[in-house]
Design a protein around this ligand. Structure first.
Ligand SMILES: *[C@@H]1O[C@H](CO)[C@@H](O)[C@H](O)[C@H]1NC(C)=O
Length: 463
């Protein structure tokens, strides 16, 4: 059952371009948080779980993505109050809220200035914005190299946390931009000013014509979460932004499914797909990043495996029952494709496994009828095993003694779950968490919308 080692190479050749070599202690980790799906929260206490959990893992501040909806003000107030109570920090992606929250105890200050980021266009008049805010700002927007005026800002956020074709789609032959390429472009444009480097685990979205914001594509994700953290440790940027805490629609959430939220129509690919293992995996990486070291071993508290995989092989044909097969009028948006999400060929039919170990061990993966064995070193290592339909079983052993072993709560299957193409990932850990993370009723209120087949709710751990 043993097969050759397939250790994933860390990106050891990645150049270190630290703009702040002495900056340990100044480094901060942000996590992008969508207020737009939290309209159902009734009080600031409903933010406490998110604040406490993020803080426990070393996240310093939530970057609040807010719109101009009727509930925005109320939810922003709840979030700030909860953050203050839980010793977390917040900044907003809107310059409009600066005045209101500048002196709030939860407002993130950097170098003594109110920190604000933005998705505002590269053409924004920074001077006018700053004078309207009436504050000395640390303004770090999502400007783009070659477009925005980098001389007018204090730092910048790069949003492109996924390899792409340079035009918001998966890479293709001859058009293949890595996340590290983006780092280089930003560091050059920033010319020594602080950089907010993006890190994300996944990207898959599959909104059909049942909603007005139809979009259907993936970015290659596979071992991105592991590889990108390795790059971050080498790069040592002043700031890191995890994308995201709770954007379920694009499948890059690392926060709980149970975190209170409404359903934007994404529950059909989010239900039964917890991502908490990714947050657990980030903890030693975050600690190492803040310490300015590339050695994560010292920061591993508990040995574990974190593994993930899509629920089906990519060639499975769901055309007869998928939600995106009609609605060609939605093609106008440029984001909508029928059938398998655009870019699906860039995702591998593999089970991805990371081992967080204090000393070397043997890791065995049994994916359906496919078996693979790895000799994992101390520290964090990443592996790929071939995907097999059926049960997913894992074990860690040393000198013929089992350290821990167990089965995933989710099988890989050869039918279309809920009838759709689901390119989201199921993330599990071993030892398994004490409770099963599940969507709450409001988070799956639109589960049936557009579906062509029955879709049983919350099946993980069900008899
Ligand atoms: C893009 O480049 C990466 C490595 O740099 C490679 O693994 C991948 O296969 C390329 N993708 C395409 C579609 O060419």
């Amino acid at each position: 059952m043993a097969s050759p080692q397939a250790r994933v190479q860390a990106t050891a050749s990645f150049p270190s371009l630290s703009e702040d070599p002495s900056g340990a202690g100044d480094r901060l980790v942000f996590c992008h948080f969508m207020i737009g799906i939290c309209s159902n929260r009734q009080g600031s206490d409903e933010y406490d779980g998110d604040m406490q959990r993020a803080k426990d893992f070393g996240i310093d501040a939530f970057a609040l993505n807010i719109g101009t909806d009727s509930y925005t003000d109320t939810q922003l107030g709840f979030a700030y109050d909860s953050a203050a109570r839980n010793d977390m920090k917040i900044f907003s992606l809107s310059t409009l809220t600066v005045k209101q929250y500048a002196s709030h105890p939860a407002q993130l200050l950097v170098d003594g200035k109110v920190f604000v980021s933005s998705f505002a266009g590269d053409g924004i008049d920074v001077e006018a914005m700053t004078s309207a805010a009436g504050q000395d700002l640390f303004f770090a927007p999502n400007f783009h190299p070659g477009q925005g005026d980098f001389s007018a800002i204090q730092g910048a956020l790069n949003w492109m946390a996924w390899p792409s074709d340079g035009n918001n789609r998966a890479p293709r032959e001859g058009h293949n931009i890595t996340v590290a390429d983006g780092d280089m472009a930003y560091l050059k444009a920033l010319n020594g000013k602080p950089y907010i480097a993006p890190v994300s685990a996944w990207f898959s979205t599959h909104f059909g014509p049942e909603v007005s914001y139809s979009k259907n594509w993936v970015f290659p994700s596979d071992l991105l979460w592991y590889n990108r953290w390795r790059e971050i440790l080498a790069l040592k940027p002043r700031f890191v932004e995890i994308i995201t805490w709770n954007d379920y629609g694009e499948s890059h959430y690392i926060g709980p499914l149970s975190s209170p939220h409404t359903d934007d129509g994404s529950s059909k690919w989010v239900m039964d797909m917890p991502h908490g293992g990714w947050l657990e995996m980030s903890k030693p990486f975050i600690a190492a990043y803040k310490a300015g070291t590339e050695t994560v071993l010292d920061y591993i508290e508990d040995e574990k495996l974190v593994y993930w995989y899509r629920p089906t092989k990519r060639s499975l044909d769901c055309d007869a029952t998928d939600t995106t097969m009609t609605g060609s009028s939605h093609h106008d948006s440029g984001n909508f494709f029928t059938g398998r999400p655009n870019g699906w060929e860039t995702m591998a039919d593999s089970v991805f496994v990371t081992a967080l170990l204090k000393s070397p061990a043997t890791v065995q993966v049994q994916s359906g009828d496919q078996a693979k064995t790895f000799q994992a070193p101390a520290g964090i290592s990443a592996w790929t095993a071939p995907m097999g339909v059926g049960k997913q079983q894992f074990s860690v052993s040393r000198e013929a003694q089992t350290v821990f072993s167990g089965s995933s709560l989710k099988d890989i299957v050869d039918f279309c779950v809920c009838g759709i193409y689901n390119f989201n990932a199921y993330v599990g850990t071993l030892p398994a968490p004490a409770f099963i993370d599940r969507l709450q009723p409001a988070g799956m209120a639109l589960l049936g919308q557009g579906l062509k087949v029955e879709c049983p709710m919350n099946t993980l751990g069900a008899p």
